[in-house]
Ligand binder design. Structure first.
Ligand code: NAD
Ligand code: AHE
Ligand code: ZN
Length: 375
């Protein structure tokens, strides 16, 4: 079939809207009509050329929601008409990682996914002249139709609005999951969140759900503070306006007889390795846990004095907030529909596919939280 997509032809270039060829789903695969997709900073990271796994031409996008159109041979858990959210972290429930119960990082198809291919080693997308187009994170939601493996789709309730629940495909789940699954934040904790964008705001939302007492938001853009306050931020630090961000946070959290400051939990949602260091070092001696969410460019490395870890701080990372996609994503949709989590106000812009490059401009200008493309 033919479908419309925003294609990344080359690194660093605007996406081009075009008709592309999409093959039928093969065994174990599913054809999905994408109804809405969010623009995550990771899409921009890959579009820009900073992603060591970036391949071109490709169809980016990994934060979508849609409807099953057709299923390939052997697919048993989905049928045409089902509402689904694509999963860049699939859940096969059979690989050693899934069976371990210790991680959400399913390994069933990670190798081919990283090569921009379906599990059989080929692409379903082609240019009209037959040139293969790579898949992205196994999802490619910047296309009106896409093909995914059955294990990379979460079936969700049918009354949930696509233009909101697409955000559960990455940002919402990553932010809230980082708090609940990865950090395991307890009631009464103190926390710092670096980067108050589409992910950081959801970390804040998760911290409020977990019952945090003090939530310090950190961003270079003062405009991000207002929304963060609505989601539960209690204090704001702009690193460009203080002499030492770590010291500022330590001072804000000094308490007890020893007056040793530091947050119980910190989160990087910027992708900047210097910020990741600050996030670790502003956490409390003896027990502070710092979670890296941000994705850093090819070649970037983190560093700190080992003393920071010797003295009890723990450095962790999270992908998709530690969520097991097919099991947990339907629950996030339920929580949204029950009013337990807020999404609507974070979707600041709705765009047509033709306007997708404007969505990346808004991201760079710091004007959007989430821009969503509706098909
Ligand atoms: P975003 O552009 O919406 O937000 C980033 C925020 O960080 C902005 O508000 C920006 O002003 C702020 N910022 C940038 N540099 C800063 C600095 N030096 N100090 C303080 N604040 C700074 O991006 P997003 O969609 O929220 O994504 C955030 C990061 O999380 C990206 O690196 C993205 O790739 C990554 N991400 C990771 C996962 C995962 O599973 N680990 C999932 C989604 C996104
Ligand atoms: N290709 C990048 C890695 C990017 C990365 O870490 N992606 C996260 C999801 S970001 C969603 O917005 C992830 O899921 N990581 C686990 C995995 O298996 O990719 C690079 O640096 O190579
Ligand atoms: Zn994302």
């Amino acid at each position: 079939m033919r479908t419309r997509a925003a294609v990344a032809l080359e690194a660093g270039k605007p996406l081009e809207i075009m008709e592309v060829e999409l093959d039928d789903p093969k065994a174990g695969e599913v054809l999905v009509e994408i109804k809405a997709t969010g623009l995550c900073h990771t899409d921009e990271f890959t579009r820009s050329g900073a992603d060591p796994e970036g391949l071109f031409p490709c169809i980016l996008g990994h934060e979508g929601a849609g409807v099953v159109v057709k299923v390939g041979e052997g697919v048993t858990t989905l049928k045409p008409g089902d509402h689904v959210i694509p999963l860049y972290t699939p859940e096969c429930r059979e690989c050693p990682s899934c069976l371990s119960g210790k991680t959400n990082l399913c390994t069933a198809i990670r190798n081919t996914q990283g090569q921009g291919l379906m599990p059989d080693g080929t692409t379903r997308f082609h240019m009209l002249d037959g040139t293969p187009i790579y898949h992205y994170m196994g999802c490619s939601t910047f296309a009106n139709h896409t093909v995914l493996p059955e294990i990379a789709l979460a079936k969700v309730r049918e009354d949930a609005p696509f233009d909101k629940i697409c955000y559960i495909g990455c940002g919402v789940t990553t932010g809230i999951g980082a708090v609940i699954n990865t950090a395991g934040v307890e009631i009464g904790s103190t926390a710092a969140v670096f980067g108050l964008g589409g992910i950081g705001l959801n970390v804040i939302q998760g911290l409020r759900m977990a019952g945090c007492d003090m939530i310090i938001g950190v961003d270079l853009n003062d405009d991000k503070a207002e929304m963060a306050k609505k989601f539960g931020m209690t204090h704001f630090v702009n690193p460009s306006k203080v002499e030492n961000t770590v010291q500022e946070i330590v001072n804000l959290t000094k308490r007890g007889a020893d007056q040793i400051g530091g947050v119980d939990y910190s989160f990087d949602a910027t992708g900047n390795v210097k910020v990741m260091r600050d996030a670790l070092e502003c956490s409390h001696r003896g027990w502070g846990v710092s979670v890296i969410i941000g994705v850093a460019p090819a070649g970037a490395e983190i560093s700190t004095r080992p003393f920071q870890l010797v003295t009890g701080r723990v450095w962790k990372g999270t992908a998709f907030g530690g969520a097991k996609g097919r099991t947990d994503v339907p629950k996030f949709v339920e929580w949204y529909m029950d009013g337990k989590i807020e999404i609507d106000s974070m979707i600041t812009h709705k765009l047509k596919l033709e306007e997708i490059n404007h969505g990346f401009d808004l991201m760079h200008e710091g004007k959007s939280i989430r821009a969503v493309v509706e098909f």
